[in-house]
Design a protein around this ligand. Structure first.
Ligand code: HAM
Length: 428
């Protein structure tokens, strides 16, 4: 059978069993935040286009080239969110959360959309797990955010990655640094496009990876060497807190990241087995963002972890993310009356917390037993007319082949007991 449609370019379908792994990874990446007092937030998948233009920044590839922007039927310009931070802080301001307890701590997950050139690890729809901690400027909070991300990766067993850390300065020291950098860039041989990018945000040029540009940037002035006293102290405090918490990092003075809102602490988790798309997550402080989108001057810090890329990293490291999902009990009805009874029994088992399934659409024993084997169940319940008359059901242990008979009336209770016993033996 050939499919008429396929998933749009740069996207992919998640189906069992990988889809189960995906859920597990997202769960593991968000668990540390949930244990640290972050509440779950869900904002719309699309927002006012201007929110991203002002928030993420017009010099970024994300805004200038990659946004899925459309007019709705009411003539509003909307954009599928390319990232999560702008929408979350918009919601924080809109709902007056800054008037309550600070920091406001939120975690979120969901798809983001960027019209990028698809390649392994780079998709047009990707999922992030993120946190934002807003309203407090405390370097220990920066460290908390970094450690939460690291804890999430470690809980999956990941280890072949490095945490890169830098400080990009603030509204006080960035302008003077910018003048220095612009003067340096003017002396270089850059193409018109790069010059244009440099005119809007010269920092953007620092992470240009093209060899002819990178070679010229060897002697460029770098942000951490030009911090004001307050930013120097802040950065030292973040590092000291990370040291105290035992989280290893590497200083990365050329790290700028792809979004314009970062100030001070900026970080990225780089995996060693992923080739070009090596960033499995990143984030930082964004002390000017909330003001830029029309809120009061408010500090904030957060991260976004790429679930798709974390999946790839786990595969590269050979990690088993989740045991294969399976049912424990599988009903094999022989005949219509038996099917009616098993339908009820399977439903009762499910309500009692036992994962159970039933052979649908087949009346033959052989086909139904094959389905029972494939389901991964430990026990098959075989019910035919004779058993029905006797008020019993045959229970077949699918690994040993042993067969016993159970009274139908208390089958649920005995099965629940039997399964609990075997799972205890397994964990012993
Ligand atoms: P970002 O670095 O643009 O940051 O994205 C975060 C992570 O999402 C990346 O490290 C990567 O793992 C994943 N990712 C990004 N684009 C793609 C793609 N096209 N395909 C697959 N994975 C991708 C942010 O989005 C910020 N909002 C993070 C943040 C939160 N900063 C402060 N708070």
């Amino acid at each position: 059978m050939s499919a008429k449609f396929s998933a749009p370019k740069g996207t992919y379908d998640l189906l069992p069993p990988r889809s189960e792994d995906f859920r597990r990874v997202a769960e593991a990446l968000s668990a540390p935040a949930r244990r640290a007092g972050y509440g779950y937030a869900q904002t719309p998948t699309f927002e006012d286009t201007a929110l991203f233009e002002r928030g993420v920044g017009e010099s970024t590839d994300v805004v200038s080239k990659e946004m899925y922007t459309f007019l709705d039927k009411g003539g509003r310009s909307l954009t599928l969110r390319p990232e999560g931070t702008a929408g979350i802080v918009r919601a924080i301001v809109e709902h007056g959360l800054l008037g309550g307890q600070l920091p406001v701590k939120l975690w979120y997950t969901g798809p983001n959309f960027r019209y990028e050139r698809p390649q392994s690890g780079r998709y047009r729809q990707h999922v992030q797990v993120g946190v934002e901690a807003v309203g407090v400027d405390d370097p220990d909070l920066d460290a908390e955010v970094v450690v939460l991300a690291d804890t999430g990766y470690r809980s999956l067993g990941l280890s072949a990655y490095t945490l890169q850390l830098t400080s990009l300065g603030c509204a006080a020291c960035r302008p003077a640094y910018r003048v220095l950098l612009v003067a340096f860039l003017e002396g270089l041989d850059l193409d018109a496009d790069t010059r244009r990018r440099a005119a809007i945000n010269p920092l953007r040029v620092l992470d240009d990876k093209r060899p002819e540009v990178a070679a010229q940037l060897a002697g460029a002035p770098l942000p951490p060497d030009h911090l004001c006293a307050a930013c120097t102290a802040h950065f030292a405090d973040v590092r000291a807190a990370l040291d105290l918490l035992g989280t290893a990092y590497e200083l990365a003075p050329r790290l700028v990241r792809g979004l314009d809102y970062y100030t001070r602490t900026t970080f990225e988790f780089v995996h060693h087995g992923l080739g070009a798309q090596a960033s499995i997550g990143g984030g930082g402080r964004y002390d000017g963002l909330i003001e830029a989108i029309g809120g009061p001057p408010t500090p904030g810090v957060g991260f976004g972890l790429g679930v798709d890329r974390t999946m790839l990293a786990a595969a590269v490291e050979g990690l088993v993310v989740s045991p294969r999902q399976r049912v424990e009990v599988y009903g094999v009805p022989l005949g219509e009356a038996a099917k009616r009874r098993l339908l009820v029994l399977v439903d009762e088992l499910r309500r009692a917390g036992v994962a159970a399934d039933l052979a649908y659409g087949t009346r033959r024993l052989k086909g139904a037993m094959k389905a029972a084997d494939r389901s991964g169940a430990r026990l098959a319940l075989v019910l035919g007319d004779r058993e029905l008359e006797e008020g019993a059901v045959q229970v077949k242990d699918l690994s040993s082949g042993d067969q016993t008979s159970l009274a139908l009336d208390d089958a649920v209770a005995s099965l629940v007991g039997r399964l609990a016993e075997t799972s205890m033996e397994e964990t012993r």
